[in-house]
Write a protein that binds this ligand. Sequence first.
Ligand code: PBG
Length: 330
Amino acid sequence: MNLPIRPRRNRRSLAIRAMVRETTLSPNDLILPVFFHEDAEDTPIASMPGCTRWSIESLVREVAEVHALGVPAVVLFPKIEEVLKNPTADESFNDEGLVPRVIRALKEAMPSLCVITDVALDPYNSDGHDGIVRRNERGEMTILNDETVEVLCKQALSHARAGADIVAPSDMMDGRISAIRSALDAEGFTDVSIMSYTAKYASAFYGPFRGALDSAPKDGDKKTYQMDPGNSREAIRETFLDEAEGADMLMVKPAGPYLDIILKVRESSQLPVAAYQVSGEYLMLKSASSAGWLDERAIVLESLTGIKRAGADMILTYFAKSAAQWLSGK
Ligand code: PBG
C-alpha cells in the first residue's frame, strides 16, 4: 500500500507509547473514601466486598499506609449509631461527634494528609435523607431547602473547627455553597476549601454505599434534590452557580456512566474537577474480577484512566489503595 500516514508508527514500541501517552495516572490523582464507626472492631462491608468499616484506631493505621503510597487525601463517611439519629440531624454538628474526633486523630497522625469531609445529613437523619424532611397531613414528603442549609453550615463549621482541609457538600440543596462559604469565613476559616458535589445524579449506583452506612432513605427517593440522569445542560447550570457561589473545586458523580458530564463541566469552568467512582461502579468491577471474569488491575486502571481522560483532575475511588500500589509497582 502507498500509505504515507500510518498512525500505528506512534504505537510501535513501549518507549514511543510512553512518550505520546496523553493521560497518565498517578497516586496523586486519587482520593480514598473511607468508612468508619464507633466500635472497636473492624467490620467487612457486605454490600462492598473488599471494603471495611474501620474502628478509629484501625482507620488511622490504614490511612497512613494509603497516604504513604502517595494518595494525598481521604473523604470521611461515618456510620452513626441509630440512637443518635433524629429528624433534625443534630448529631451532624456535634463538635465531639465521631467525624470531628476522626479528623483530629488523622491530622494529628498525618499533618500532610488532606482531610475532606462529606457535608450532608443522611448519616444523621432518622429519615435517611440528605436534608430535613417535612410531611403534610397526607404523609407527603418535602425536603426543606433553606432549613437544611442552616444545618449544613453548622456541620461544615464543626468539621472546620476539628481541622478539616476541605468540606464537600453532597446534599444538592440550592445555595449551600455560598451559605457555607460565608459561615466558614465568618468564623475565620478562610483557608478551608469547598469541594462541591456540583452534578450529583439520583443514581442507582449508590446502592452499595447506603448498605455500608445504613443510610438509605426510609421512604421516598432523592429525586427532588439529586439530578435526573437524563440531564446534561443542568450540570452546566449547577457549575456556573457553584463557581459564582465560591466553590474551590467541582465534582461530578457517578463517574464512569457520566464521562460526558465530566467533559462538559471541565470545559465550562477553570476550577479543578473531581469525579467520584461510586460504590456501584466499584462493585461491578470488583465482583466481575473476583469471579475471574475481568483482570482487576487492568480493568481498574483503565476505568480510572478513562475518567481522567474525560477531564477529571482527581478521582474519588474505593480502589485508591490498590491503584496506588499498582502505579508505584508495589
Ligand atoms: C450522601 C452520599 C452518598 C454517596 C456519597 N455521599 C449517597 C447518596 O447520595 O445517597 C454515594 C457514594 C457511593 O455510592 O459510593 N450524601
